[in-house]
Structure formats: C-alpha cells, structure tokens
Ligand binder design. Structure first.
Ligand SMILES: Cc1cc2nc3c(=O)[nH]c(=O)nc-3n(C[C@H](O)[C@H](O)[C@H](O)COP(=O)(O)O)c2cc1C
Length: 161
C-alpha cells in the first residue's frame, strides 16, 4: 500500500483476532512513530505496556475487543501551558504515526479515551505532570469497519485575503 492508501484505509478497530503480534514489530512501529514532529525536540511521549492485572482493573466493556496487546501513550507537560499543549499535539502525531505504521503491516489499533478519568489515571500510574493521550489496543482485526462518512474538505477550507 502507498501512504495514501494506508491513511485512507485505516480504521479504529473494535474487534481483534487472538493471534499474537510480534513485539519486535511493535517496537519497530514505535521507533518509526518517534519521528513525529515535536517542537524544541521535547520528545514528550512515553509508552506503558499494560499487563493483564492492570488491564483487568480498567474493566473495559469489551475488554478492548480482545486485542492481544494494550499500551498507554503519555505526554509530558512542558514548562508552560503552551508547551504542554504542543507536547500533547506532538504525542497525538506520534500515536497516528504508530497507527499508520501498524496498519501498513495489517495490524489494527483501537484508540480509547478510557485512561483520562482520574480513577483510570491512577490505575495506569500516570504521573501528575503527564497527559494521557490514549490507550491503544493493538492486534490483527477480526472486523474492519466500513469508512465513516467525512465532510468534504472543501467545506472546511477558507481562503484568506
Ligand atoms: C483522541 C481520541 C480519542 C478517542 N477515543 C475513543 C474512545 O474512547 N472510544 C472509541 O470507540 N473511539 C475512540 N476514538 C476513535 C474514534 O472514535 C474514531 O477514530 C472515529 O469514530 C472515526 O473512525 P475511524 O478512525 O475508523 O475512521 C478516539 C479517537 C481519538 C483521536
């Protein structure tokens, strides 16, 4: 697949096969993801691999579609509110890089906000000076949903004088 096909065909996957995903492959996608743009090279991202006990405590309604691997992606605050926001944006780029790298090899991801509540931050051990950008379930998709409709980008473009 070329990059446009990868971007356009990626879906948020809700149901996974039990088939394991090679950990070295996941590391290779994380290595690629770290090339995300990040202002002042703060490299704000950190990745927690979520083990079975922690996963059970999160008590997700579908157990993350039975994905074999679960990670949390954190973003360290900066010295100012602006830096914190920029770091969170950079980490979102990191996440999407990861999602696309995985998808290019047939592995899907489910981006969940489950980690943002105070209770789940505590379960995940997120330090106070970090934002939790997402919990990502990772695995081979059992079902790849049809694309969800998107508004034409022409409706989102403004030409300034
Ligand atoms: C910051 C962020 C948080 C998200 N949190 C959730 C979530 O908690 N649950 C969920 O089902 N999807 C979540 N998603 C995925 C979106 O729902 C999904 O991308 C959207 O429905 C479009 O589907 P698609 O990615 O397959 O095109 C999240 C996406 C982002 C960017």
């Amino acid at each position: 697949m070329d990059i446009l096909d990868i971007i356009k065909s990626r879906r948020n996957i809700k149901k996974f096969k039990s088939q394991a995903v090679d950990l070295d492959l996941i590391y290779s996608w994380l290595e690629a993801a770290k090339m995300a743009p990040n202002h002042r090279l703060t490299e704000p991202w950190e990745v927690y691999f979520i083990g079975p006990d922690t996963r059970a405590k999160l008590n997700h309604k579908t157990n993350f579609g039975n994905a074999p691997v679960l990670i949390a992606v954190l973003s360290k605050h900066g010295a100012t509110a602006v830096e914190r926001e920029e770091n969170a944006l950079a980490t979102a780029c990191f996440v999407q890089n990861f999602n696309l790298a995985a998808w290019s090899e047939g592995v899907g991801t489910f981006w969940s906000s489950i980690g943002i509540t105070a209770k789940n931050r505590e379960i995940l051990g997120v330090p106070e000076d970090y934002d939790l950008i997402g919990v990502l379930a990772i695995g081979f998709p059992e079902i790849v949903p049809d694309p969800k409709p998107r508004t034409s980008i022409k409706n989102k473009i403004k030409n300034l004088p």
